[in-house]
Design a protein. Structure first.
Ligand code: 3HC
Length: 305
């Protein structure tokens, strides 16, 4: 079988909403075996039960046979415990989907890319962090960024930005670091297409295209609430019914996670020094209060998880 992307086994780092969704579309649509890793066994259990629920729904709706669902589920295995991320060493591509935190990502990437097979790709699902910075952190301490080896290692790092909920949203945004090779970009694009997604390409700027546009919009809605311009319901209804958005901006912020929105907005603000990206005080305070939105039951709205 000829596979343009050359991905015969995929590793996914992080079994949160995004990592689990990526594992599912890879197993179901691209039909590749997936090794899913998370430090937390509780998170793995949650992730796999979401996968089971979504596959069962597809079977109930007649979109998949029992057998197709079982085949997809069987393609996903868990790597955890003492093996850690080293258990992903033999895969052809790793998609990193851990929290939106540069030092955490750098810690994971340092030396890890060098341990992978020479042709393996390391893709980050970051929403806003510089892929160029992440690629630079992939080099072991004794390898210079200007050396042939350094260029080869960093050239295998790329941004592959999926959207939540991954099984539903049709887009993947592809981001090239300064170091990314054209071959890495082509293979990552082919893989996203095999997962059933349309692909757009963005330069490596803070927030890329998607979040550079979405986050000021969400932030402006939070400032409307902060100023008392309208109630949360009226802000959301205005955008839902007036502009046909599937969710209002405050609902969407809760859905993405207020901690994630703040982290992205901080990256945008620090990366551009443009005041239009300054996060609102209300968002900062809500995150201080650990009101993270839908994921922990309290954001602009309340949820029974
Ligand atoms: N995981 C998987 N599938 C889900 C899901 C989830 N978390 N939530 C909903 N779905 C599925 C449902 O099962 C249903 O599937 P079906 O048609 O096969 O039955 C379908 O989505 C529609 O769901 P519902 O009928 O329950 O509800 P809605 O019609 O209101 O749709 C929604 C839910 C798809 C989430 C819709 O409200 C929507 O599109 N919202 C906007 C989402 C969005 O903008 N996402 C991008 C966020 S930005 C991002 O991710 C980037 C990051 O960098 C911040």
């Amino acid at each position: 079988m000829s596979i343009a992307h050359g991905i015969r086994t995929l590793g996914v780092l992080g079994a949160g909403q995004m990592g689990t969704g990526i594992a599912l579309v890879a197993a179901l649509r691209a039909k590749v075996p997936v090794l899913l890793h998370d430090r937390s066994s509780e998170q793995i259990t949650k992730g796999l039960s979401l996968v089971d629920k979504l596959l069962a729904k597809d079977v109930a709706k007649g979109r998949l046979t029992d057998e197709q669902a079982k085949e997809a589920r069987d393609r996903i295995s868990v790597v955890g415990g003492d093996v850690g991320i080293k258990g992903l060493r033999d895969v052809d591509m790793v998609v990193e989907a851990v929290s939106e935190n540069l030092s955490l990502k750098q810690k994971i990437f340092t030396s890890f890319v060098a341990e992978l097979k020479p042709e393996a790709i390391l893709a980050s699902n970051t929403s806003s962090i510089s892929i160029t910075k992440i690629a630079a952190s992939a080099l072991p301490a004794n390898v210079s960024s200007a050396s042939e080896e350094g260029k080869k290692i960093a050239g295998r790092v790329v941004g592959l930005h999926f959207f939540n909920p991954v099984p539903v949203m049709k887009l993947v945004e592809l981001i090239s670091a300064l170091q990314t090779t054209p071959e890495t970009l082509d293979r990552a694009r082919a893989f996203a297409i095999a997962c059933g997604k349309e692909v757009t390409t963005s330069k490596d700027v803070p927030g890329f295209v998607s979040n550079a546009l979405l986050m000021p919009f969400i932030n402006e809605a939070i400032m409307c609430l902060e100023k008392g311009t309208a109630t949360r319901e009226d802000i959301d209804t205005t955008l839902r019914l007036g502009m046909n958005h599937p969710m209002g901006p405050l609902q969407l912020a809760d859905f993405i996670g207020l901690d994630t929105c703040l982290a992205i907005q901080q990256t945008l603000y620090e990366g551009t020094r443009d005041s239009k990206y300054r996060p609102s005080i209300l968002l900062e305070r809500m995150v201080d209060a650990q009101w993270y939105g839908r994921k922990n039951g309290k954001g602009f709205y309340e949820y029974n998880n």
